[in-house]
Design a protein around this ligand. Structure first.
Ligand SMILES: *[C@@H]1O[C@H](CO)[C@@H](O)[C@H](O)[C@H]1NC(C)=O
Ligand SMILES: *[C@@H]1O[C@H](CO)[C@@H](O)[C@H](O)[C@H]1NC(C)=O
Ligand SMILES: *[C@@H]1O[C@H](CO)[C@@H](O)[C@H](O)[C@H]1NC(C)=O
Ligand SMILES: [Zn+2]
Length: 416
């Protein structure tokens, strides 16, 4: 396999493709946005200073996380000073944290002490499928653009359960999501407390640990901070990839998405243009009995939010908003009680941030799934995408506790 691949690279002269992109001395700033002018100013400078947004600001008075290359650092800082924008430096060398994410002695074992590759995650799925054949039902929604299978598991202890559907790692660089959800799968298989045992026995879980398989592999092999799919859309071939969480067929391209193939939030040439999304929705349509999915979760990082529809407007609320908030509160309170981590909940649209064409919006508006969330895991802008592997277990444990609270709250409002 490796030989074949090296041969391929040699033949086509794209050996440079396997050279990893480095972020030596790239910095991440936490920048507070107090008014519209500051907001517009930073947006206008994004291309000029090649700023990379790690986290968008949601409300005035809150902050955005911005990565800056060393050659633009001075200009960027003087711009902030000149416009009286307050900021703090969060990460002074992104590469150092990327190295720390990989530095552990690598093992093939899945013990949640390291970030695994797609091959390792799939080997682990093979293992649990063979070890728990009565409980784990494997499925594949289809192949990615580059031809990798997109695998999921249904965890079911008995027939007739209501279901929760979880897609994770739709954004490639959000590694903590697949690390967390595989831990949760393991918890369901070997429940360690009565709360989790209840979730396992009485709810069916459809889980796709890595939806954006191509982007995920690319983020491991080439560019750690890759976000999008790997399907080329730009005719010049310069810009690759669709933001898969803007590619769903509900209010596609209405707001908070871009028609520029080079943008990080490029929505794709058309709704469901990318096979990852068209096959996900076809799978949900055709392979899961209508009405069984009660909760849909799109797992992301970071920011510690539970976000519900609507994403495209904060001027109106969906019919089931009260239930959505009740269940989100159940999630947040449960993990806060036990671990002290604060998750904020509400609808995803705010005065500064709107989005359409995302998974949770499609799940609600098209599939009538009452409780649809985007959950943004830790942290709140300290390390963002480069959380160290030591954080995987703490994050996974708190999310597990959150799910216990979520299911209990869903029962209270008769969603389950
Ligand atoms: C700069 O911002 C601070 C608050 O962050 C404010 O007190 C001060 O008046 C501002 N100065 C100018 C020149 O706008
Ligand atoms: C899935 O079902 C919805 C209606 O429930 C429909 O609008 C949509 O086109 C279907 N998508 C696919 C890919 O089958
Ligand atoms: C969703 O609900 C609406 C009305 O509330 C209905 O018209 C539509 O057929 C339902 N769609 C599905 C897929 O159940
Ligand atoms: Zn994301």
């Amino acid at each position: 396999m490796l030989v074949k691949r090296l041969l391929f690279l040699a033949l086509f002269g794209i050996a440079s493709a396997v050279e990893q992109v480095r972020y030596d001395n790239y910095k991440v700033y936490n920048v507070r946005i107090d008014d519209r002018q500051q907001f517009n100013l930073l947006n206008a400078q994004e291309k000029v200073l090649r700023l990379s947004s790690w986290r968008e600001v949601r409300h005035l008075g809150e902050s955005s996380d911005i990565m800056v290359a060393p050659q633009y650092e001075e200009t960027f800082e003087s711009l902030l000073l000149k416009h009286n924008i307050s900021y703090s430096l969060k990460i002074d060398n992104v590469q150092r944290h990327i190295d720390a994410q990989r530095s552990l002695q690598r093992t093939g074992y899945h013990e949640w002490t390291q970030y695994h590759t797609l091959d390792e995650i799939y080997a682990w799925l093979d293992l649990i499928e063979s070890r728990y054949p009565d409980i784990v039902k494997p499925f594949t929604i289809g192949d990615s653009y580059e031809g990798r299978p997109i695998r999921g598991v249904k965890i079911s202890y008995q027939e007739g359960n209501p279901a929760v559907f979880i897609e994770s790692n739709i954004h490639a660089r959000e590694w903590i999501t697949s690390a967390t959800i595989t831990y949760f799968i393991d918890e369901l298989l070997v429940p360690r407390n009565p709360g989790v045992r209840d979730l396992a026995y009485n709810v069916d879980w459809y889980i796709i640990p890595v939806l954006n398989v191509d982007g995920f592999v690319y983020s491991h092999e080439v560019e750690r901070l890759w976000r999008k799919s790997r399907m080329p859309s730009d005719p010049t071939g310069e810009c690759i990839g669709t933001d898969l969480n803007r590619n769903f067929d509900f209010l596609w391209m209405l707001t908070g998405a871009s028609a520029d193939p080079c943008s990080e939030i490029y929505a794709g040439p058309s709704a469901e243009s990318d096979p990852e999304i068209s096959q996900l929705t076809a799978y949900i349509n055709n392979s899961i009995p209508e009405g069984t999915i009660k909760i849909y979760i799109s797992l992301h990082s970071y920011g510690q939010y539970v976000l519900s529809p609507w994403g495209h407007t904060d001027a109106e609320f969906p019919e089931h908003y009260p239930q959505m908030m009740h269940v989100a509160k159940g999630f947040s309170d449960a993990l806060y009680r036990r671990y002290g981590t604060v998750f904020t909940y509400g609808s995803s649209a705010t005065t500064l941030y709107e989005v359409s064409g995302s998974g949770k919006e499609w799940a609600y508006a098209v599939k009538n799934i009452t409780i649809p969330y985007t959950i943004e895991l830790r942290d709140k802008g300290e390390l963002g995408f480069v959380l160290p592997p030591e954080d995987i277990i703490p994050v996974a444990r708190e999310v597990t506790e959150g799910f216990v609270g979520m299911i209990a709250a869903a029962r209270e409002v008769d969603v389950l």
